[in-house]
Design a protein around this ligand. Structure first.
Ligand code: BEZ
Length: 249
């Protein structure tokens, strides 16, 4: 995940632990088997990579952020720094797993080309990522507020429809075995500001830090009026997930 290279583990830990908590369900889809070799694409802080290793398989985490690679290694799991849009593995993995990472890779062709090459024949590609409509209210507010200040926000996320993702997978010889998309209203434990502080920087490149803080305040003010809240007044983000398993033909 090259855009995430600036991510700070502590901030992520505080504001985004829910990402790996939700990802545990995806491990059931992966169904790791003893002695398999599995790549965790965009492994983040390695919490799920470690979970997968408990099934007795050999795992490798790959992430654009060196800090995340170090965090993963600290958990006793092998990890390397690299760009998933420029992989060079060949017929190595029994399965490739990816939770909440693929939407950060805005060149999906390059990712899927690398995935298809990296998998053994019959190998599984098991993914959860943002689907079309994911965090739409937040993203719209980011663009609107940036424009208000004469900045251009960068479109840094790729949220495909089921149809678009299926077409892409087919193009690289990856056959969809199962696919689903669903809305998953997601409680933000540290509010919308915590979320924006963790995730919005790649959209605001070359914007001074103080200005980024100001944008966050204004985006938060707008989004807080638009998103639902739970009974304690905590904000619930408009997450929409795309989950699939595809197999290399
Ligand atoms: C997601 O997991 O859907 C997501 C997280 C951060 C930014 C954008 C999307």
């Amino acid at each position: 995940m090259s855009v995430s290279q600036h991510w700070e583990k502590e901030k992520y830990e505080k504001n985004a632990r829910f990402v790996s908590d939700y990802g545990k369900e995806l491990i059931e889809w992966l169904n790791p088997k003893k002695d398999e070799y599995i790549l965790d694409l965009g492994c983040g802080d390695g919490v799920l990579t470690k979970e997968i290793s408990k099934y007795g398989c050999k795992v490798l985490g790959l992430d654009g952020s060196q800090k995340f690679v170090e965090a993963t290694r600290k958990l006793g799991v092998d990890a390397i720094q690299g760009d998933a849009q420029n992989m060079n593995f060949e017929n190595e993995f029994d399965a490739i797993f990816s939770n909440a990472a693929l939407h950060w890779m805005t060149n999906p062709d390059k990712v899927l080309e690398g995935v298809a090459k990296a998998l053994k024949k019959g190998g599984r590609f098991v993914v959860e990522m943002g689907c079309k409509g994911n965090v739409e209210k937040i993203e719209n507010a980011m663009f609107e507020v940036a424009k208000r200040h004469n900045f251009k926000a960068v479109k840094c996320w790729f949220f495909p429809t089921e149809k678009e993702e299926t077409a892409l997978l087919n193009k690289y010889g990856l056959k969809v075995k199962r696919m689903t998309s669903f809305s998953r209203p997601t409680l933000l434990p540290t509010g919308i500001k915590g979320w924006l502080q963790t995730f919005s920087a790649p959209a605001f490149v070359n914007i001074p830090k103080e200005m980024h803080e100001k944008l966050i305040d204004e985006i938060a003010e707008k989004v807080e009026k638009e998103l639902e809240k739970n009974e304690n007044g905590q904000i619930i983000a408009d997450y929409v997930r795309l989950r699939f398993e595809a197999v290399k033909k």
